[in-house]
Design a protein around this ligand. Structure first.
Ligand code: NAP
Ligand code: GLV
Length: 311
C-alpha cells in the first residue's frame, strides 16, 4: 500500500514536510502527484489544499487525512470520493498558536496598541485612557478546538468571555450560548468579536451588514477563520461608519490579499497573511501518522469530518 501526498506545497514546505512524514511513518511508501505509476496501491491521501480532482480514480482509498484544520476547500471538490473517511488536523500546538493570536488581538484592541502604532508613524505622543480587562466582554464564535482554547486563554487574562457554538456545551469560565437564536445577544454583548467558526453553508457570509449592526458601536472584529465568512463590502461600510472600530483580519476571500485592496491601507484594519495558526510539521506529522497507523490495524480513526454538516 502507499500514501499519496496531495499537497499544494512550495519547495520550502516540501523540505519540512516530507522528512517529517517519513520519520513519523517509517516503512511507508510515499508518492506524489508528480510520480508516475499505478494508483491502485494508494490507500491513504495526506492532503493540504489539493487541486480539485486530485483524489479521483483511487479505487483503494480508505483515508483522506488533511493537514489543514479547516476542510471547506477540500469539501468543495465535487470529485471527492464519496464514503471515504476524511480526518482533519487537530493539533494542540496549532490550538495554542491560535489562542496566542486571539489573545494578542484582544490585548491590542483593549489597550489601543494599534492606535499607538499609527501615532508612532506620525511621531505623536498621545496617551489615552485605560480600561481594566474585566470591563471588556469578548465573544468567541466557534467553540471547537481553536475557539475553546482561545476562549479559555482570554478568560484567564481576566476578560469576560461569551462563547457561541451550534450545540450547547460547557467550557470552564465561559458563558456559552448556542444556536442562531442566541447570536444577536452574543454579538450585542461584546466589545470584541472573534470568529473561529468553520466555513459551512450555515456560516458563509455570516458577518454582513445586519450582523455588524448588532455589534456594539466601535466594537473590535477579529477574523481568524475564513475570508468567506465576511461580506467585505459590509465590513468596509461598518468601519466607515465607526460601527466597527478596528478589524484584525488574518483570512480573506482572495488570498494572497490582492495589491490595492482597501484593507491593506485602511487605518482601522490590521492585516495578517493567513498566519494565525500554521500547521507545524514537527507535531502535525505525528497527528497524521497516528491516524494512518490506526487505519493499518483497523482501530478507530480520530478527528473525522461530518461531511453533511461541513466540519
Ligand atoms: P472545530 O473544532 O470543528 O470547531 C468548530 C466550532 O464551530 C464548534 O464549536 C461548532 O459548534 C461551531 N460551529 C460550527 N457551525 C456552527 C454554526 N452554524 N453555528 C454556531 N456554531 C457553529 O474547528 P476548529 O479546529 O476550532 O477550527 C475552526 C476553524 O478555524 C477552521 O474551520 C478553519 O477555518 C479556521 N482555522 C484558521 C486558521 C488560521 O491560521 N487562520 C488555522 C486553523 C483553522 P459545535 O461545538 O456545536 O459543533
Ligand atoms: C488553516 O487555515 C487551517 O485550516 O489549517
Amino acid at each position: 500500500m502507499s500514501i499519496l501526498l496531495a499537497c499544494s506545497f512550495d519547495a520550502d514546505d516540501w523540505a519540512l514536510w516530507r522528512p517529517a512524514l517519513e520519520a513519523a511513518l517509517p516503512g511507508e511508501r510515499f508518492v506524489t502527484q508528480a510520480d508516475d505509476g499505478p494508483r491502485e496501491a494508494i490507500d491513504v491521501a495526506i492532503v493540504a489544499n489539493p487541486p480539485p480532482g486530485s483524489l479521483a480514480g483511487l479505487p483503494r482509498l480508505a483515508l483522506i487525512q488533511s493537514l489543514w484544520a479547516g476542510v471547506d476547500r477540500l469539501l468543495d471538490d465535487t470529485s471527492l470520493p464519496a464514503g471515504v473517511p476524511i480526518a482533519r488536523m487537530v493539533d494542540p500546538a496549532m490550538n495554542a498558536a491560535m489562542a496566542e493570536t486571539a489573545l494578542w488581538a484582544v490585548l491590542s484592541l483593549h489597550r489601543g496598541f494599534f492606535r499607538y502604532q499609527a501615532l508612532q508613524r506620525e511621531a505623536r505622543w498621545a496617551p489615552h485612557g485605560q480600561r481594566r480587562a474585566d470591563e471588556l466582554s469578548v465573544a468567541v464564535l466557534g467553540l471547537g478546538e481553536m475557539g475553546a482554547t482561545a476562549a479559555r486563554r482570554i478568560a484567564a487574562m481576566g476578560y469576560r468571555v461569551i462563547g457561541w457554538s451550534r450545540n450547547p456545551r460547557a467550557v470552564d469560565g465561559i458563558e456559552v450560548r448556542a444556536g442562531f437564536g442566541a447570536l444577536p445577544d452574543v454579538l450585542g454583548a461584546a466589545d470584541v468579536v472573534i470568529n473561529l467558526l468553520p466555513l459551512t453553508d450555515a456560516t458563509r457570509g455570516l458577518f454582513n451588514a445586519a450582523r455588524f449592526a448588532l455589534m456594539r458601536p466601535r466594537a473590535g472584529f477579529v477574523n481568524l477563520a475564513r475570508g468567506a465568512h465576511v461580506v467585505e463590502a459590509d465590513l468596509l461600510a461598518a468601519l466607515e461608519t465607526g460601527r466597527i472600530g478596528h478589524a484584525v483580519l488574518d483570512v480573506f476571500r482572495r488570498e494572497p490579499l490582492p495589491h490595492g485592496h482597501a484593507f491593506w491601507a485602511h487605518p482601522h484594519v490590521t492585516v495578517l497573511p493567513h498566519a494565525a495558526a500554521q500547521t507545524d510539521p514537527r507535531s502535525a506529522a505525528e497527528v497524521a501518522a497516528a491516524n494512518v497507523r490506526a487505519l493499518r490495524i483497523g482501530a478507530a480513526l480520530s478527528h473525522l469530518v461530518d461531511r453533511s454538516r461541513g466540519y
